[in-house]
Design a protein. Structure first.
Ligand code: Z5A
Length: 218
């Protein structure tokens, strides 16, 4: 990569099923971009601000005494997103920072849409209310067979409210992500996350180099 500090703010999201390596690779990308003199903000959804992190806790916590309704889950995801966008993402992009976000609205389509079976049109309505027109410039979809990601996540610690779901739920989620990639080939770049970590990161480095050169051209 060449050294150049003049870049417009970019909103880059990392998506995929559980345990595919989003956190690990966001850290890798952060380091690469910072080496180029870019101001990088790393954040996550649900979460990223004090209020959005409180909502995250409720979303992931198990067990509640009652089952959380699917629509409640969807509204909480978007409540956290509205807060995150207005308080953190939008101001950071306006300052020219690059925002690396662990999950965004593609996760809502995959989990609440394909996974829970909620209408995608409902998600589109909430997107238009909550996102203030902000969309990802680039999305890296880390894709691996469900059992590979589940195995990595399980090895790491106790399961949260999503992680206790069964294989067929996560298969629908993966199908959702792959459908999004097919529908948005310009924005979404599929990365084979089932391969060894150094190969995943080599792919990401090539992709980031292209992105930097596009951002330099404005
Ligand atoms: N959710 C939702 O339903 N709707 C929404 O709109 C949003 C979210 C935004 C929390 O997400 C939950 O929120 C999520 C969906 C829901 N639930 N699930 N499932 P989260 O991102 O916090 O949770 P997660 O997906 O379970 O992420 P994770 O477990 O933290 O995984 P990760 O960040 O993708 O992976 P990692 O921590 O970087 O890596 C996992 C392990 O694998 C680690 O030990 C690594 O060293 C190892 N690893 C990584 N890559 C490799 C390779 N290539 N080879 C070998 N080992 C590797």
């Amino acid at each position: 990569m060449s050294n150049n500090t003049k870049h417009l703010g970019q909103f880059i999201t990392f998506e995929g099923g559980e345990g595919v390596g989003k956190s690990t690779n966001i850290e890798f990308c952060r380091q690469l971009l910072e080496q180029q003199g870019i101001d990088v903000i790393v954040t996550r959804e649900p979460g990223g601000t004090e209020i959005a992190e409180i909502i995250r806790e409720e979303l992931l916590k198990k067990p509640h005494d009652e089952r959380m309704c699917d629509v409640t889950e969807l509204l909480l995801v978007f409540a956290a997103r509205a807060q995150h966008i207005e308080a953190l993402v939008k101001p950071a992009l306006e300052r020219g920072s690059w925002v690396l976000c662990d999950r965004f609205t593609d996760s809502t389509i995959a989990y609440q849409g394909y996974g829970r079976g909620l209408e995608l049109s409902l998600i589109e309505q909430l997107r238009s209310i909550a996102q203030l027109g902000i969309e990802a410039n680039k999305t890296f979809l880390l894709d691996a067979p469900v059992d590979v990601g589940m195995g990595r996540a399980r090895a790491r610690g106790p399961a949260d409210r999503f992680e206790v779901e069964q294989l067929d739920f996560f298969s629908r989620v993966r199908e959702g992500f792959l459908a999004i990639a097919e529908q948005s080939p310009g924005r979404v770049q599929l990365i084979n996350a089932g391969q060894a970590l150094d190969l995943v990161q080599a792919d990401l480095e090539v992709a980031l180099t292209q992105l930097l050169s596009q951002a330099e051209k404005g």
